[in-house]
Design a protein around this ligand. Structure first.
Ligand code: SF4
Length: 431
């Protein structure tokens, strides 16, 4: 029985696809190897969002050369870097056997099967993206549920539309079947995934309606999250579903990228800073207990000190408890690479540091005020520092370390009194 090894880089979508591929290979009777040198088929599922992500893969590819000198092994590269660079990669990495496109990722099973029989794999390339029937990783209590692939937005800094193609929405029944399956597996938390999740549209069924259908199937599942929405596709109907469906987590991630309307225009984000902030206001008016996470990019070409300050002001206005912050990196193949007004690395790093310092202080202030009260918590694991304590997470994705009064299994729900904030984690006690 041959064995496989998968290494995964990049976004949640890549993680979900690797989990689906792993389930397929295990289902075909293959064994999972713990180290690359112990496997017959090695698969690298790559990311291409930044040049640094690809540089890392070139390094990984190099590490397989000595392994392949020692033993017979099939090395497969897939994911966005494979999609972007194609077969040409082999010229610089002759140790590679197969370069598999994003659409053909699940076809790797065919390659593995052929390799097992020492045959040449034959499979037809898919013009369209192939959703797996399940992305569930056995034994997990949180699971990703991809519902879309690709993006039609072409933000000027982003490579995703070029490597993942046009938006494709997954069949509603396939999604609902997966949710039923996950609920039967006692999963507690699911995340609906897509690069532009709220532009989902399958035969006229749009995201708010899908979210309602998913919520109606959740009994063991406590929280439904979704990643990543685009502010321009955030309808009042969606706000209404988040408000009325108890299972939809009242913590949402709304990427902003910049607080400057001028920069948002150059990014081709298709909303103004005012429109973004009024969206946040609308959501908050309807759902007062809601909390927000954000994506913010600084150092975009042409960003002035004033634009940067607009971004800081927006963070101050909204008050996010979670933020993904980074600075712009030129990405070959995107429009922003040739834009005027490029900032130096030093300027970009300084702005990012200022942004991080501001956001961490702001979030700590908000979270301190949120301490107190009893909340539902998903128990994750026994605390590393103290075996009579557990680590858990609440609906707002906030971490808490809590004293136990009775044993709790990881993956089960419990109630915790949030006493105070210690750094970025709450301290609490089970009630
Ligand atoms: S919405 Fe913009 S940033 Fe997000 S994946 Fe699409 S092009 Fe990229």
């Amino acid at each position: 029985m041959s064995s496989f090894y998968i290494e995964t880089y990049g976004c949640q979508m890549n993680t979900a696809e690797s989990d689906a591929l792993e389930a397929l290979l295990l289902g075909a009777g293959m064994k999972k190897a713990e180290r690359p040198q112990d496997c017959d088929v090695a698969i690298i599922n790559t990311c291409s969002v930044r040049q640094s992500a690809e540089n890392r893969i070139w390094g990984r590819l190099g590490s397989y050369t000595p392994i392949k000198r020692q033993k017979k092994m099939t090395l497969i590269l897939t994911g966005c870097m494979a999609q972007r660079l194609g077969e040409d990669i082999k010229k610089s990495a002759p140790q590679l056997d197969y370069v598999v496109s994003v659409n053909d990722k699940m076809k790797i099973l065919e390659i593995a099967r052929a390799v097992q029989k020492d045959e040449k794999p034959e499979y037809e390339h898919s013009e369209n993206y192939d959703f797996a029937s399940s992305y569930y990783r056995e034994g997990e209590f949180s699971s990703f549920v991809p519902i879309m692939n690709g993006c039609n937005n072409f933000c000027s800094y982003c490579i995703v539309p070029y490597v993942r193609g046009r938006e494709v929405s997954r069949d509603v029944e396939s999604i609902l079947n997966e949710v039923r399956y996950l609920d039967s597996k006692n999963v507690k938390e699911i995340t609906l995934l897509g690069q532009n999740v709220n532009s989902y549209n399958y035969n006229g069924i749009r995201f708010p309606e899908l979210l309602k259908k998913v919520a109606s199937l959740c009994s063991n599942i406590q929280w439904i999250r979704f990643e990543s929405p685009h502010p321009k596709d955030f309808s009042d109907e969606l706000i209404e579903v988040i408000k009325t469906e108890k299972k939809v987590a009242k913590h949402i991630h709304v990427p902003m990228q910049s607080g400057s309307t001028k920069i948002l225009k150059d990014m081709n984000r298709r909303y103004t800073a005012e429109q973004y902030l009024s969206l946040i206001d609308r959501i908050r008016k309807e759902i007062p207990e809601i909390t927000f996470a954000v994506d913010v990019m600084v150092g975009f070409p042409g960003e002035t000190e004033e634009d940067f300050n607009d971004t800081i002001k927006a963070l101050d206005t909204v008050g996010y408890i979670e933020a993904y912050m980074y600075y712009w990196n030129p990405r070959e193949g995107t429009r922003a690479v040739t834009m005027d007004g490029q900032l130096s690395e030093k300027e970009k790093q300084e702005r990012l540091q200022k942004l991080i310092d501001f956001q961490l202080k702001k979030a700590a202030g908000i979270k301190e005020k949120r301490a107190g009260g009893i909340q539902d918590v998903l128990a994750l694991s026994v605390s590393r520092d103290n075996s009579s304590q557990m680590l858990g997470r609440n609906e707002h994705n906030e971490m808490v370390v809590f004293d136990l009064i009775k044993p709790v299994e990881p993956g089960s729900m419990t109630q915790v009194e949030f006493l105070y904030l210690n750094g970025n984690t709450y301290v609490g006690r089970q009630v």
